[in-house]
Design a protein around this ligand. Structure first.
Ligand code: NAD
Length: 494
């Protein structure tokens, strides 16, 4: 991005943010607001509406009416496609503004934010828009006297609750297929990353999305999110966030209308490096970025490094060198390789994990502390902790920060046992030149995605979903549509 533009955008005033309900910008019903604190310097960026139960209910009612009268689901798929493609174009045209606004709100480094946020969101929306007029129902292989038709119908009103780490990318994973399928949506962004989602929702109106089809309510999860989760007028919930919230959503569904609940939760993803990895320098570099980019605030981050003992010391040394050359700091500097921690609370949680490991005698190879405190922002040095036992909290619980736990192993079986030895199953990686071993490991590791000789980068063409306590259902790929279609059988006597 051109430096003058980046400078201008990073200083541009940000107006107070309101909900978007039934096509209109609306303040909270009681006038309440909450401060939006920038993690870059700890100062107030702007304010946003603090949603009330009434606000969430108004948005749900708008989405319900918009679904039931068919203003969106009743359009031909090709007509929905046209509007969604225009929406993607508008997002792309404003990509730089959106990226900078997002960085000021959530702290992701700009080089990554531009690609991973607006541009990725536009690409995802385009992918699902392009697909929707190529999806057919089925004719069942019945006996000649009957005709069995299987229709795919939009599930209805979708509640989408998303986290702060990649609001546009993850938001688009939900909005793209839900809207393409003909559903209407009430979107609840995270408290610390709402601004860009509000902006793209307004762009959807400009693209021709009818009012009420996409509603955004900002505020606290326990108020706005909980109201959406408990509502009998919401047919499905799609969620990315923590396991604790996911559990509440399932309980809310059980207490209300058994709405379908699809959860993308956390991970403690194992990155397994065998001594025969084709290029250990490349493995070290990619592994370091696999945990430290966006300061580890990536659901699929490779936060556990399992290294074959014969190369353990040499590999950890290589990793240390990469970690120490990474530029941590102002995420609006294009040279920065890891930006800010999203909030002070998250930074404190990261430091608590490190303190516990230190107290247990684990080796802090590099990092381990808050840095750049003079900026007022929330920054942490890339941290490598070696000598970790697979049972340690740092190897079992999601830190969601720039903290890598290193564990040695002696055999393939032991690597598999450690890799599978947590409650999670989101992502993993295997580094080896042995093709058979690579395939064996892909089969044996319990995870939604297993990378081989790389880490990250799996695009929209492939599904992402967790197993075990990392969730259920899939974002991305044509499989993402499954969450938003109901199957209806027509059984016809001929
Ligand atoms: P979180 O669960 O605290 O919040 C996520 C969303 O849920 C926010 O919008 C929040 O406002 C809302 N929420 C909070 N309490 C709620 C309640 N009682 N009822 C309804 N909604 C509520 O998680 P977070 O801290 O924002 O995000 C970090 C977590 O997300 C990490 O654990 C990370 O691994 C996970 N994550 C997973 C993926 C994935 O694809 N699996 C991707 C990104 C992040």
């Amino acid at each position: 991005m051109e430096r003058t533009l980046l400078h201008d955008l990073s200083k541009a005033p940000v107006g107070p943010a309101s909900h978007l309900i039934d096509g209109l910008s609306q303040a909270a019903s009681d006038g309440g607001t909450m401060d939006v604190i920038s993690p870059l310097n700890g100062t107030r960026l702007t304010t946003m509406a603090r949603g009330t139960v009434e606000d969430a209910e108004a948005a749900i009612a708008a989405a319900r009416a918009a679904f039931d009268d068919g203003r969106w689901s009743g359009l031909a798929p090709a007509a929905r496609k046209k509007i969604l493609l225009k929406w993607a174009d508008l997002i792309e045209a404003k990509a730089q503004e959106l990226a900078v606004l997002g960085v000021r709100d959530n702290g992701t480094e700009i080089a990554m934010a531009l690609k991973a946020e607006p541009l990725s969101a536009a690409g995802t929306i385009r992918y699902f828009a392009e697909a929707i007029d190529k999806i057919y129902g089925e004719i069942a292989p019945t006996a000649p006297g009957t005709l069995g038709l299987v229709h795919k119908e939009p599930v209805g009103v979708v509640g989408a609750i998303v986290p702060w780490n990649f609001p546009l990318m993850i938001g688009a994973w939900k909005l793209g297929p839900a809207l393409a399928a003909g559903c209407t949506v009430v979107l609840k962004p995270a408290e610390t990353a709402s601004l860009t989602l509000l902006e793209i929702a307004k762009l959807a109106l400009d693209a021709g999305l009818p009012p009420g089809v996409l509603n955004v309510v900002t505020g606290e999860g326990a108020v706005v999110g909980a109201t959406i989760a408990e509502s009998n007028a919401v047919d499905a919930l799609v969620f990315t966030g923590s396991g604790a919230t996911g559990r509440r959503l399932l309980e809310a569904s059980a207490r209300s209308n058994f709405k379908r609940v699809y959860l993308e939760l956390g991970g403690k993803s194992p990155n397994v490096v065998f001594a025969d990895a084709p290029d250990l320098d490349e493995a070290a570099k990619v592994s370091a970025y696999g945990i430290f980019r966006n300061s580890g605030q990536v659901c699929v981050a490779g936060s556990r490094l399992l290294v074959e003992r014969s190369i353990h010391d040499a590999f950890v040394e290589k990793l240390k060198q990469v970690a120490e050359t990474m530029v941590v700091g102002d995420p609006l500097n294009p040279e920065t390789s890891a930006g800010a921690i999203n909030s002070e609370a998250q930074l404190e949680q990261n430091l608590r994990f490190v303190a516990e490991a230190r107290a247990a005698g684990r080796q802090i190879v590099t990092g381990g502390e808050r840095i750049l405190q003079e900026t007022g922002g929330y920054y942490m040095a890339p941290t490598i902790v070696a000598g970790v036992s697979p049972e340690d909290a740092i190897a079992q619980e999601e830190v969601f920060g720039p903290v890598l736990a290193v564990i040695p192993f002696d055999s393939e079986d032991e690597a598999v046992a450690i890799a599978n030895g947590t409650d999670f199953g989101l992502a993993a990686a295997v580094w080896t030149a042995d093709l058979s071993r690579a395939h064996r490991m892909v089969r044996r590791i319990k995870a939604g995605v297993v990378h081989v000789n790389t880490y990250g980068g799996a695009d929209v063409t492939v599904p992402l979903g967790g197993v075990k306590q990392s969730g259920n259902g899939h974002d991305k790929s044509l499989h993402a549509f499954d969450k938003f279609f109901d199957l209806k059988t027509a059984w016809i006597k001929l």
